[in-house]
Design a protein around this ligand. Structure first.
Ligand SMILES: C[S@@+](CC[C@H](N)C(=O)[O-])C[C@H]1O[C@@H](n2cnc3c(N)ncnc32)[C@H](O)[C@@H]1O
Length: 250
């Protein structure tokens, strides 16, 4: 049983302020034509090749200071993937091994990491269902509509999201990458943990997101999970970092 943490009124007001700010941050349209560069098969053991492929798909340029000089030419192009390739490649490789047939991403921004995850993991095993969730519109997900892929424009903190999750049933993997504050991160973990065989958190090592690190340390203490971390850095930070909690026996 995952313990509950109430969202206090001042925290709720702080969230309202940040959502007002977020609503000014319209998602951009990634260039989906780069998907044609993906080979039919991927060698998930070759991490260097997978990392190069991710760079070639194009990275997000918001927070460009977090990326090293060597990656600057890849920023603002292609899918706008908002990940460190040296973390995302071993994460996707581990997931390919663990088997993912259904995926839920909370907080998708431009949709780049969601689309990359689906397109790369479907080279390891068929993805029957993939659900992207964001409180803001995501134009890319109006255009990226393979069978089984859905976009829910909803806040993860609403009863409507809870109902949609309930109707969804069991899934293999949920990635949490929304507001990066402890209370919201924990509330989202509580919502997805009962249905997800694996839960990933983004920004567990990010110096700018101490709340996510705090929740990740709490998850690591929970009984019933085996936890993996993908926190390789370049020449700055620490930034980003992916934690993957795998339910025991899964
Ligand atoms: C860091 S971005 C996500 C990046 C994306 N996962 C990627 O790798 O490209 C955070 C996103 O979370 C969304 N978000 C924040 N709070 C949310 C909430 N309560 N419900 C749904 N989405 C939320 C924001 O609108 C924003 O698009």
């Amino acid at each position: 049983m995952v313990p509950r943490m109430p969202i206090l009124e001042h925290q709720f007001l702080a969230q309202q302020r940040s959502w007002r700010l977020l609503s000014q941050l319209r998602a951009r349209e990634p260039d989906l034509s780069v998907l044609a560069r993906l080979p039919d098969t991927i060698d998930f053991a070759d991490l260097a090749a997978l990392e190069s492929l991710l760079i070639d798909l194009g990275l997000n340029d918001e927070g460009s200071d977090e990326f090293p000089a060597s990656l600057q030419p890849a920023l603002g192009r292609g899918l706008l993937v908002w990940q460190y390739p040296n973390q995302f490649a071993p994460y996707l490789s581990a997931l390919a091994e663990l088997g993912v047939h259904s995926y839920l991403e909370l907080g998708v921004r431009h949709g780049g990491s969601f689309i990359a995850t689906v397109e790369i993991l479907r080279r390891a095993a068929p993805i029957a269902r993939a659900i992207a969730v964001d409180v803001l519109p995501c134009p890319a997900l109006d255009r990226y509509t393979p069978e089984g892929v859905t976009f829910w424009q909803v806040s993860t903190l609403t009863p409507r999201f809870h109902e949609q999750l309930h109707a969804l049933g069991a899934i293999d993997l949920a990635m949490i990458d929304t507001h990066h504050e402890a209370e919201q991160c924990w509330a989202e973990f509580q919502r997805v943990a009962p249905i997800a065989r694996m839960v990933a958190l983004h920004d567990i090592a990010n110096i700018g997101c101490p709340g996510v690190g705090e929740i990740w340390r709490r998850i690591r203490q929970l009984p019933g999970y085996r936890c993996l971390e993908f926190t390789a850095q370049y020449d700055r930070g620490p930034f980003m970092g992916i934690g993957l909690a795998i339910r025991s026996g899964a």
